[in-house]
Design a protein around this ligand. Structure first.
Ligand code: GCU
Length: 330
């Protein structure tokens, strides 16, 4: 772990962390996270067909093949349609896939103000395929949205973060049937709110060998009980649709939540987890993320959980991808 620039206050050093709930067996803890925070992911939602729309071989100076697909997922009350973008290394054999949701739409990953978040050539070079979809095709990011959650009977509430996590699993279903990809070694990666979704996907779907959260902050990798950054009052006021409605009742009562986020990280063990933070990203509380990683440590084999903090602010940079992937390769 790169820890040299994390200045952990004395009270939060290992062994003296105030009152974190203990690590519990994962079946129990995942259920508690569902009940209290993210909602229960309904079962069902079957990939019914995937149509190849376009294929360009040898893009990125010959490093990759670029494929666009249209996928249809049949849900109890209708179909969800997804437009995906896949880059596969053209020089290696079957590659493990990184599934990652895009904030700005799949074409914007190729050339826009956001394209620095998508260092495709370097990731191809490292031997990974990347499959992405616009996160708002799964569930629009608004309180009154009618995305995939409207395609399931409203028996129990689930939040938008849960819907995006569900979408990461559906991306993996899509990847499963495509040439040039291996089922083994699949990675869920997400930045910020989509980093929260990646962790929740990793906790629920054992097909993910590795989960990578970047600057995921409150309700992602950072601890509720570590003061600093966003808290439950702030997140549930601004983004009520991300979680189950009852989660807002913990505003100002963080210590009464029966779980904390180190347990979410630990629930993914023995599969691997990597948490990336940025020094100036105070809103995501990099120290709270670091302490969560340390507190989750006992659940993992040696080297099963990794962390870095880099200089700079809230963003997903090439450095974040490459440091996470070098952890994966180790
Ligand atoms: C807001 C929100 C965070 C979230 C971030 C993002 O800042 O408060 O919880 O992670 O948006 O997704 O960019």
């Amino acid at each position: 772990m790169t820890t040299e620039s994390v200045q952990v206050p004395e009270a939060w050093r290992e062994g003296t962390r105030p009152g974190l709930p203990p690590l519990l067996p994962d079946f129990e803890v995942v259920d508690t996270f569902a009940r209290e925070i993210y909602g229960r992911t309904p079962s069902g939602g079957r990939l019914s067909d995937v149509t190849l729309l376009s294929r360009e071989n040898g893009v990125l100076d010959g490093a990759a093949d670029r494929l666009r697909h249209h996928a249809r997922i049949s849900c109890p009350l209708g179909d969800l349609e997804l437009d995906t973008l896949l880059h596969v290394p053209s020089t290696t054999g079957p590659s493990p896939v990184i599934v990652v949701l895009s904030f700005t739409g799949i074409e914007e990953t190729l050339g826009s103000a956001q394209s620095h978040r998508w260092p495709y050539a370097k990731v191809m070079d490292a031997g990974y395929a990347v499959l992405t979809v616009d996160y708002q095709q799964i569930e629009p990011d608004a309180p009154d949205a009618r995305g995939v959650r409207a395609l399931f009977p409203a028996d129990e509430p689930w939040g938008a973060v849960g819907a995006w996590a569900w979408g990461l699993s559906r991306l993996l279903d899509i990847a499963d049937g495509l040439d040039g990809l291996t089922a083994a070694g699949a990675i869920a990666l997400g930045h910020s709110r989509l980093g929260k979704a990646a962790l929740w996907a990793g906790a629920q779907d054992e097909r993910f060998a590795v989960t990578i959260s970047n600057d995921s902050g409150c309700c992602g990798a950072s601890l509720f009980r570590h003061p600093g950054g966003e808290d439950i009052a702030a997140i549930t006021t601004k983004f009520p649709h991300w979680f189950v409605p009852s989660f807002a009742s913990y505003a100002g009562r963080e210590v009464e939540l029966p779980v904390d986020q180190h347990q979410l990280l630990a629930s993914i063990a023995p599969r691997r987890v990597y948490v990336a933070s940025a020094e100036d990203d105070a809103w995501a509380d990099p120290i709270g993320e670091y302490v969560a990683v340390v507190a989750a440590g006992p659940a993992f084999e040696d080297g099963g959980i990794g962390y870095h903090v880099r200089p700079g602010g809230h963003d997903l940079l090439e450095e974040d991808w490459l440091r996470a992937l070098s952890f994966v390769r180790r």
